[in-house]
Write a protein that binds this ligand. Structure first.
Ligand SMILES: NC(=O)c1ccc[n+]([C@@H]2O[C@H](COP(=O)([O-])OP(=O)(O)OC[C@H]3O[C@@H](n4cnc5c(N)ncnc54)[C@H](O)[C@@H]3O)[C@@H](O)[C@H]2O)c1
Length: 328
């Protein structure tokens, strides 16, 4: 039983003070392993669609059975927001014995970190060990944490960036200055992904922007942007010649990088090599030779959030951060 009858409230600034990509990679890797071992519960995300306002609201419950960690992330997406961020998330951790909500936190930053961490874990298991160049297609919110996570698991030297918005590229360049990579701003997607060891796509596009012919043998790709029906960033031809690993089959088929080609019958779900959990727990092989192209198709799983939130909660307790409130 966690803290009796008090709830720890962690605000945006509390979480920002504690959160570190290395911790979140550790949490997400462990969550993927437990997922591979079938020691989790994770019902599908439930959606409310606010059709009058071009927005939606999702609930993402998850339970890591071995560690007795459970909770739910509540997150919106309102792309037309001006005063408020597009995405705002709250995570609640509940005691599995009693159901008591012992922690409530801002999970907006955590969402970008756990998405970055998933890319980091996939890169650890699927990319060539000598990978040292990264091509970022999309320089928005997800790009920074993707790069930080990949930089944690590989010795990255050079980063190429392409975004249709020069403002987004400029912002990202400022955010990643401390990593001391050689950076190159690219005018085209082709320039950013050609002769690049690790490609990371984080755009909301619905028509593929990365062509198969631009990708060299041995490349690893983190395909992050497609996380809803109708989205696709990579040419179907590229999927067909690559080893494709999804985070979870159902959401990937519904809204991941493979969703459009599967619906169009241009790609078969049987051609998906594995989910990431089975690679992390080593019941399936990851990369088997330096020439194959690997793709991680990420949609974002609730267990990533729950495991990461637990890590933040533990650190907050250690460092005496946050405010104890009487909620119930
Ligand atoms: N897989 C996951 O777990 C996960 C998690 C969070 C977000 N996402 C998805 O990732 C995508 C990016 O999210 P974000 O929070 O970084 O959004 P964002 O709006 O901050 O960034 C997206 C960037 O893509 C750029 N872009 C748009 N079209 C482009 C093109 N044709 N070529 C190059 N750049 C282009 C935009 O200018 C923008 O800078 C969204 O589709 C989002 O739904 C996935």
């Amino acid at each position: 039983m966690e803290n009796k009858l008090t709830t720890l409230k962690l605000s945006k600034s509390d979480v920002e003070e504690i959160i570190e990509i290395e911790d979140i990679i550790e949490a997400v890797e462990s969550a993927f392993k437990q997922f591979g071992n079938e020691k989790i519960q994770m019902p599908p995300k439930a959606y409310l669609y606010f059709n009058k306002h071009n927005g939606d609201y999702r609930t993402m419950p998850g339970y890591l059975e071995e560690e007795e960690i459970a909770g739910c992330k509540l997150v919106n997406s309102h792309p037309e927001n001006k005063e408020y961020p597009t995405v705002m998330a709250v995570l609640i951790l509940v005691d599995t014995e009693t159901g008591y909500p012992y922690c409530i936190m801002d999970a907006t930053e955590l969402t970008a970190y756990r998405t970055g961490a998933a890319g980091g874990v996939a890169t650890k298991y699927l990319s060539r060990k000598d990978s040292d160049t990264v091509g970022l297609v999309g320089a928005g919110v997800q790009a920074e944490t993707q790069l930080r996570a990949v930089n944690t698991v590989r010795d990255i030297k050079e980063v190429k960036i392409h975004d249709v918005s020069s403002e987004a590229t400029e912002n990202l360049l400022k955010q990643i200055k401390d990593l001391n990579h050689k950076t190159k701003v690219c005018k085209t997607t082709k320039e950013a992904v050609k002769d690049t060891d690790i490609v990371i796509t984080t755009t909301p596009v619905r028509k593929p922007i990365v062509k198969a012919s631009w990708i060299s043998p041995g490349t690893h790709i983190n395909a992050i942007g497609a996380d809803a029906e109708g989205k696709q960033e990579l040419e179907t031809k590229l999927l067909k010649k690559s080893k494709v690993v999804v985070d979870d089959y159902k959401p990937a088929i519904h809204g991941g990088e493979v969703n459009v080609p599967i619906t169009n019958k241009e790609y078969n779900k049987k051609d998906i090599h594995s989910d990431i959990g089975k690679i992390v727990n080593q019941t399936k092989t990851g990369r088997t030779n330096p020439k194959e192209i690997t793709i991680f198709d990420s949609t974002g799983l609730a267990v990533q959030d729950i495991a990461s939130g637990w890590k933040i909660y533990q650190k907050a307790k250690q460092k005496n951060i946050g405010q104890k409130i009487e909620l119930i």
